[in-house]
Design a protein. Structure first.
Length: 528
């Protein structure tokens, strides 16, 4: 009987560990999905804010088309749409009401509530797409009139970034049973003629209302084991903070908690185990067998303990794989956001430096092809690194015919990190394009030399020299290429760029950090 009790104890401990590992894996997966969906919702609003900041007068048809193009799948996750709240004073109410009426809304929309103080700032809902009956009903509501919403609006204005409100009853749900909702706000500021954001001139806020219950149900459709429960809290896991739940949450089963960063707020996710504590079937069999045949139980003990150890190792491996998968997903999101930020910067600067549409299209397509060429090179090497020589040859490929020009490419074998290789590729593309238009590559017999060498403290010096071309004159104004090399590339490489317009030919010296794969750790939730 002593042996039997020891066997049962080991079986139960192994089963408890397995259930804890399974619960931890489920909780980690759900928390990661919550953070990913939060990042995705905020990304939609940031894109809308970027579009609205460069639009002098926000037009409903442009806003509606943008929402249609950007949020086909967005609305299936509990979000009720995407809206525009105009920042105004009571003196602007008549103009706002006239603008809403001019769009042909079925019933007359009144701004509400009207503040008594004429200096009070208001955030009036002017647009909300899609135009469902519930969404049309909230037009004209001043969100700054309610304390929880106003707190989130003020945080968004103060930080200049997305802010998430606390738990509220959405205006669309006023005629339904109480259901927790939240709102995500992104401020939209006026832009100066040079494109800089004027933090003192607020136009309004792009926002999304979200039903938390539908949002939670949408991200956990596969969590359907009998008796399992999931709950989401705004802040600590207290009954008054609960926003949504699926399955039982008040239980004596094992409960796992995770902190989830949703925008600028911290939520708590709890997952309740689906199986109640108690003797497992294996323990019952061991107990009966121990009473009947003590000697046979000794052999059975060894088999069960060995199997339990194997199961534990398998479950630990699965948990580790899930953690790696979550980290890789966050790393991919980070890389995609960085690439989109580079593309948006290139588009904005190219637009300001182009005098007509054809020039804009040609310049933009060339720079995107340069970015794509380095992306292809990195993809072939599984995004680990890219040799300097291959980056140089990829960007100079159109000019390597010996009967047209002379190009010297030389240097030691040096591998760059992914982000540094992208920045170097963009700089080389701009230098080659300038040389093909005005420099050594624009005339037969012109000569371009690209050399690189290893410097101290993990740096690589890349030198571009032109000769045999037309006489070089210092440009009278800064073009996009000069801006990209001296601002964007210099910022990304965190090193100054030396660009000289000698009469005999352009000379550019770039300092690129040499970072190996070990320098790029997977980002956790805070870093991503």
């Amino acid at each position: 009987m002593v042996i039997t009790l020891l066997v049962i104890f080991n079986i139960e401990m192994a089963d408890k560990q397995a259930r804890q590992l399974e619960l931890d894996r489920d909780t980690t997966a759900l928390a990661g999905e919550l953070e990913r969906k939060a990042t995705e919702n905020i990304a939609y609003l940031n894109a809308a804010a970027s579009m609205l900041s460069v639009t002098r007068n926000v037009q409903e048809n442009e806003f509606a088309q943008f929402v249609t193009d950007m949020s086909t799948n967005h609305l299936s996750r509990g979000a009720l749409g995407m809206g525009w709240a105009q920042w105004a004073r009571p003196g602007d109410i008549a103009a706002i009401e006239a603008g809403i009426a001019a769009r042909g809304i079925g019933t007359a929309v009144k701004v509400r509530p009207v503040p008594a103080d004429p200096k009070t700032n208001m955030a009036v809902i002017a647009f909300l797409e899609p135009q469902t009956a519930d969404n049309r009903r909230v037009l004209g509501f001043d969100m700054a009139s309610e304390a929880v919403r106003r707190d989130a609006i003020e945080r968004a204005i103060e930080t200049g970034r997305a802010a998430v409100s606390g738990k509220v009853q959405l205006m669309q749900d006023e005629q339904r049973s109480p259901s927790a909702g939240i709102l995500i706000f992104v401020p939209v500021f006026e832009r100066a003629p040079d494109g800089r954001i004027q933090r003192s001139a607020l136009k309004g806020l792009a926002y999304t209302p979200l039903r938390v219950q539908q949002f939670l149900e949408a991200i956990s459709p596969g969590f359907d084991r009998a008796g399992a429960g999931v709950a989401l809290y705004d802040g600590p896991a207290l009954p008054q903070n609960r926003m949504a739940s699926t399955g039982p949450v008040n239980s004596d089963h094992s409960v796992m908690e995770r902190r989830v960063a949703f925008g600028d707020r911290t939520w708590t996710l709890t997952v309740t185990a689906s199986q109640a504590p108690g003797l497992t079937l294996a323990s019952m069999v061991a107990l009966v067998a121990g009473v009947a045949v003590s000697l046979l139980l000794l052999a059975l003990t060894m088999v069960i303990i060995t199997r339990a150890a194997d199961d534990r190792r398998v479950l630990e491996s699965l948990a580790a794989q899930e953690a790696i998968r979550t980290s890789l997903t966050r790393e991919l999101n980070h890389r995609v956001k960085n690439t989109l930020a580079n593309v948006l910067s290139i588009v904005a600067l190219t637009r300001r430096r182009s005098s007509n549409l054809e020039e804009f299209a040609d310049s933009l397509s060339g720079r995107l092809r340069a970015l794509s060429a380095t992306h292809d090179l990195l993809s072939q090497r599984n995004w680990t690194d890219a040799p300097v020589g291959e980056v140089v040859r990829a960007e100079l490929a159109p000019y390597l015919e010996p009967e047209d020009h002379q190009t010297d490419i030389s240097g030691p074998e040096i591998a760059l990190g992914p982000n540094d290789a992208l920045s170097l590729g963009l700089a080389l593309h701009e230098l080659a394009t300038n040389a093909a238009k005005y420099g050594a590559l624009s005339v037969p017999g012109g000569h371009v030399s690209v050399t690189w060498s290893r410097m101290e403290e993990g740096l690589c010096k890349v030198e571009w020299k032109e000769s045999g071309g037309p006489p070089v004159q210092t440009p009278g104004r800064r073009g996009f290429g000069m801006d990209l090399i001296q601002k964007i590339v210099s910022h990304e490489l965190r090193a100054p760029v030396e660009l000289t317009f000698d009469p005999g030919g352009v000379r550019c010296v770039l300092t690129v950090p040499i970072r190996t794969l070990g320098n790029f750790a997977l980002r956790d939730g805070a870093a991503g």
